[in-house]
Design a protein around this ligand. Structure first.
Ligand code: DGY
Length: 444
């Protein structure tokens, strides 16, 4: 299946619905691919990072110019990366989107390196990726610190990756939808309308993306109409910062570091940091995440809507799976990890019944829908992260139970994009890249 989605330099999430390279998909896919072919896993990340912009952002889509323009919307002519993105340093040789996705890449790079350290050293894999990963994190921590507290903000729901989560309903309600006659959704050619975001959602996605593009993807003029500090996005940034610390340590100990360090076009001044500095930053970011987003009453992390009235915006009172993902953080207080596990097992997420897999949204919430994309279905990447989090904090029995449920659902659903959290009936694409990759990772 992973071979069927391989294009020669990277992996598509799905040949029909997502026929290009997606940023966070590639990170999860590389994590699984490393077990089959460490070389392909390295290439997956290298291909993505070659499309990095000069300001450090890693675009959420890298377009394959062999794919017809109308196969996916929004296509390259919408994003106009090589013209509108020029000031921000978009590459000339490849077309990309101008928004980002969750930064799981340094974590993936570290795991891929560990799968075959000999090959990695022979190809200077870490030495070549390190400046790009450092520039990526710096972009998020500086240019995207819209709230001024140190966390990265997303400026579009597609950036956080859980596109139509009810967590975005309030922040998105202020966005005037684009005229539906001005574009054509290609996703409905391949996906059932009841499984996908609505037309109203799409109108708002399009309006936000157009506005960012028309600002030439500049981040220094303020965040626009949508800016949210999200728990999962920032938790992955913190985990990746710890992984980058391990990469720095490995390279410092490695004489072959003098190998080709070129990262053409990337602003790389002052990017070299010691492993200790990075670890210190990751610890401090964990504290900031707790200060800004932890809700002790609900027992999970919430999203902070920075565009809501108030000096610091306001917390969105919706329980999304994003609020459980910080369980992957090693530096979380014991009380918080215990509370997160209780919340995952309780009525809102049902990990110990009645759900088979952790849903993307509160089972008891008014907006819950077991079929519609990120409004209830269970996804394999978020459940994989929770499995890792449970294991990290020593809860092996629950981690084993979740692993078995994930593997079972992956196989019986034909490696579906997402499944009904109660029945594990599949929806969306089949033969989905990260479902296959992460199932493989759990198996091996
Ligand atoms: C889509 O096309 O549905 C994606 O989630 C946007 O990246």
């Amino acid at each position: 299946m992973l071979w069927a989605n391989w294009t020669g330099a990277s992996t598509v999430p799905s040949r029909e619905l997502y026929p290009h390279q997606w940023s966070w998909d590639s990170a999860f896919i590389a994590i699984g691919l490393r077990h089959l072919s460490p070389l392909r896993a390295q290439l997956e990340l290298e291909t993505l990072l070659r499309a990095q912009w000069g300001d450090g952002r890693v675009p959420h889509i890298v377009f394959n110019d062999a794919v017809p323009l109308d196969a996916y919307f929004p296509s390259p002519d919408f994003w106009r990366s090589t013209t509108a993105g020029r000031a921000a340093g978009a590459p000339a040789a490849v077309q990309t989107s101008g928004i980002v996705q969750p930064p799981a890449h340094a974590l993936a790079a570290w795991l891929v390196h560990r799968a075959d350290p000999g090959l990695s050293r022979a190809r200077s894999f870490l030495a070549r990726l390190r400046p790009r990963l450092a520039a990526w994190h710096r972009y998020l921590l500086c240019a995207r610190d819209a709230g001024g507290a140190g966390l990265a903000a997303v400026v579009h729901p597609w950036e956080q990756g859980m596109d139509n989560s009810p967590c975005w309903d309030a922040p998105l309600s202020r966005v005037e939808p684009a005229d539906p006659a001005a574009y054509r959704r290609a996703d409905l050619d391949h996906g059932a309308p009841e499984d996908r975001p609505t037309d109203l959602d799409y109108g708002r996605y399009v309006r936000l993306a157009e506005a960012y593009r028309d600002r030439r993807y500049a981040d220094d003029e303020g965040p626009g109409a949508f800016a949210v500090e999200d728990p999962a996005f920032n938790a992955l940034l913190i985990v990746s910062e710890y992984a980058l610390a391990l990469i720095e340590r490995e390279l410092a100990a490695d004489e072959s570091e003098s190998a080709d360090m070129a990262a053409d076009g990337i602003e790389s001044d002052g990017l070299a940091e010691s492993a200790d500095e990075r670890r210190g930053r990751a610890d401090a970011l964990t504290k900031t995440l707790v200060d800004r987003l932890w809700d002790p009453r609900r027992g999970l992390f919430l999203c902070r809507d920075l565009c809501a009235p108030g000096r610091d915006g306001e917390l969105v009172p919706e329980r999304g799976v994003t609020g459980l993902i910080p369980l992957v953080l090693p530096g979380l207080d014991r009380d918080i990890t215990a509370t997160l596990v209780r919340t995952a097992c309780g009525p809102h997420f049902g990990l110990e019944g009645p759900a088979r897999l952790v849903p993307s949204y509160d089972l008891t919430g008014p907006a819950f829908d077991p079929r519609r994309y990120w409004r209830g279905p269970a996804w394999f990447n978020t459940n994989w992260l929770l499995e890792k989090g449970l294991r990290l904090h020593g809860d092996h029995p629950r981690a084993d139970g979740l692993r078995d449920a994930l593997l079972d659902a992956a196989v019986t659903s034909g490696f579906a994009e997402y499944v009904d959290p109660y029945t594990a009936r599949g929806s969306g694409a089949r033969g989905f890249g990260w479902t296959a990759a992460l199932a493989l990772d759990l198996l091996l």
